[in-house]
Design a protein around this ligand. Structure first.
Ligand SMILES: [Zn+2]
Length: 271
């Protein structure tokens, strides 16, 4: 996180300060851009570092502040700070996300999803997902270590028809069949499973599809090579996991969800 963001958030001492600080949507957007792009704007489609702001003159009345276009001729993606992040598929205003971020940064020991839900007026499952997404966004400098579980899940929002087929066998296991925005999440195994316990580091990344290349992209970014990975047996995950010190799988298709220490229940809890 940049010094600028620390300064803005550091000036907010009370809930009242926060309401005033995040009243202005333009300011919210600038804060969020600094959180998402601490070292300058990056195209979420191809990683290109050059892009142009789309102004009202280019786009007529449809242009909105914070819309950019990738300068890579092969990409030309139009994006905002939330494109392809967990924030994108929610209908929550930026103000709500930033308020959640403030609550999370206020507490050294982490804030429970119950408290977060109460503070920002969303349901507890929503607060839980928001907490993980926000911790990922502000903690990108740290790769996850130790026992790290990973799994796929789906963010809410409009079903995407181009999301690719669901994983084989999952439809019969009570998983939702609706194709929503797919994402991969990685979670450090917490030291205790008690309700309200502070979780280890976690990350989630929206992916174009559940392919091996996407799994690899997320894992190499978020997980330290020394980590001990835990996941289900999906082939792409198995192959992507070969790059890490150890990788164990559980076999959901044969009805197995946990085998002693080998399980991915923390990551699955994000769904
Ligand atoms: Zn691009």
């Amino acid at each position: 996180m940049t010094a600028e963001i620390r300064e803005i958030l550091g000036q907010i001492a009370t809930v009242q300060d926060m309401v005033i600080a995040f009243e202005d949507e333009g300011r919210c957007r600038r804060v969020l851009e600094a959180v998402v792009w601490p070292s300058g704007r990056i195209c979420p489609g191809c990683g290109y570092r050059r892009s142009t702001m789309i102004t009202g003159r280019d786009k007529g009345k449809t242009a909105r502040p914070g819309l950019y276009q990738c300068s890579n001729g092969a990409c030309r993606l139009q994006f905002t700070a939330t494109t392809r992040t967990p924030l994108h598929s929610t209908k929550l205003p930026l103000r709500v996300w930033l308020t959640g971020l403030w609550y999370i940064l206020q507490s050294d020991k982490g804030v429970s999803s119950m408290r977060l839900a109460e503070a920002i007026g969303v349901s507890q499952p929503t607060a839980w997902r928001m907490g993980h997404a926000l911790r990922l966004m502000v903690g990108l400098d740290r790769q996850l270590e130790g026992v790290v579980e990973f799994d796929e899940f789906y963010f809410g929002g409009k079903p995407r028809r181009d999301a690719g087929p669901p994983k084989a066998g999952r439809g019969q296991k009570g998983r939702p069949k609706t194709l929503k925005t797919p994402a991969l999440c990685v979670v450090e195994r917490p030291l205790t499973k008690a309700i309200g316990a502070v979780a280890g580091g976690a990350g989630a990344s929206v992916v174009a599809n559940l392919s091996e290349s996407e799994a690899e992209r997320v894992l190499t970014h978020a997980v330290d090579p020394s980590a001990h990975l835990m996941s289900d047996e999906w082939r792409a995950f198995v192959e992507a996991g070969d790059a890490f010190a150890a990788h164990e799988t559980v076999h959901h298709s044969s009805g197995e969800y946990a085998r002693g220490q080998v399980h991915a229940n923390s990551a699955e809890g994000i769904q």
